[in-house]
Design a binder for this molecule. Structure first.
Ligand code: PXL
Length: 277
């Protein structure tokens, strides 16, 4: 695959911010985001929203970071370092979503690429967002997003559509776009019985399809985070949205091929393949 342009040593690379939760097992969340950011050659910045207690077997619980500390992290890095793109992951609660949306607006970041990955649960089904916060995600954060990247479970929760084929995927993309993001990506990775993983991107006018062969691995922890993180990096480099999503898809496909077992449960997708010569 083609990678993103690298910045010469000693020069400041594009700066990308992740607003997300910590995964103590190191597979998903900010750990996955920062691994992708680093291996794509961008500078990583973080605003931690919650600290999860988890390993390869599941999420045992989480602690939410106070909202003033979340807003403070975003403001501190944006006002000093500057940000070429940002992404969100686990946001846990309505209050945290309101804080992130309010801070984004207050800092005048409307023109900055903003990828909203509406994380609702872990791959084990453990909740990472209080169900009462779904409405806040739809009404407060989606209208600010350049791109939203739900998987099929999140599509069902957010717009009540069961995606089973191309037609329902298009229907879902339209319903998500109607909530206000500039672009909606309906990821097909969870489409059952398919040898492919077709993702559908929509901007209110045109559909763009991104297909990849399904990588059959039981180790796909962090796949959604990694796709959104790589897409944000490409946007930080000035790629158009279809180009950035194509790049994110190619990156996560390679990370899925390189996924490894870890602990007694599910292992993570791996960006470490990038270190092979
Ligand atoms: O992959 C979604 C995700 C995001 N953020 C955190 C997570 C997970 C999945 O477990 O733990 C912190």
């Amino acid at each position: 695959m083609n990678f993103l342009p690298l910045t010469p040593p000693g020069q400041t690379p594009p700066r990308v911010l992740t607003i997300a939760g910590s995964d103590s097992g190191g597979g998903a969340g900010i750990q996955a985001d920062m691994r992708t950011f680093a291996l794509l050659g961008v500078h990583s910045m973080v605003a931690i929203t919650a600290v999860t207690v988890q390993n390869s077997l599941g999420v045992k619980g989480f602690h939410e970071i106070p909202t003033d500390v979340i807003a403070g992290q975003i403001e501190a890095v944006v006002t000093d370092i500057g940000v070429q793109a940002a992404k969100t992951g686990m946001l846990a609660s309505s209050e945290i979503i309101e804080t992130v949306a309010g801070t984004w607006r207050d800092l005048g970041l409307a023109g900055t690429p903003f990828v909203v990955d509406p994380v609702c649960a872990s791959m084990h089904g453990d909740p990472l967002l209080h169900s009462s916060a779904l409405g806040t995600l739809r009404t407060e954060l989606f209208p600010l997003a350049s791109l939203v990247t739900p998987n099929l479970d999140e599509v069902r929760l957010l717009v009540g559509i069961e995606v089973v084929d191309e037609q329902t995927q298009r229907h879902a993309a339209k319903a998500l776009h109607a909530l206000g993001p500039q672009w909606a990506l309906v990821k097909g990775g969870h489409l059952r019985g398919s040898a492919h993983s077709p993702d559908l991107l929509y901007d209110g006018t045109e559909f763009y399809e991104f297909d990849a062969p399904r990588v059959d691995t039981g180790h796909d922890h962090g796949a959604g985070d990694t796709l959104a993180a790589a897409t944000a990096c490409a946007l930080a480099h000035g790629y158009s949205m279809p180009e950035a999503v194509a790049f994110g898809k190619a990156w996560v496909t390679e990370c899925l091929r390189a996924a490894y077992p870890l602990g007694a449960g599910h292992g993570p997708v791996s960006a470490l393949f990038r270190l092979q010569a």
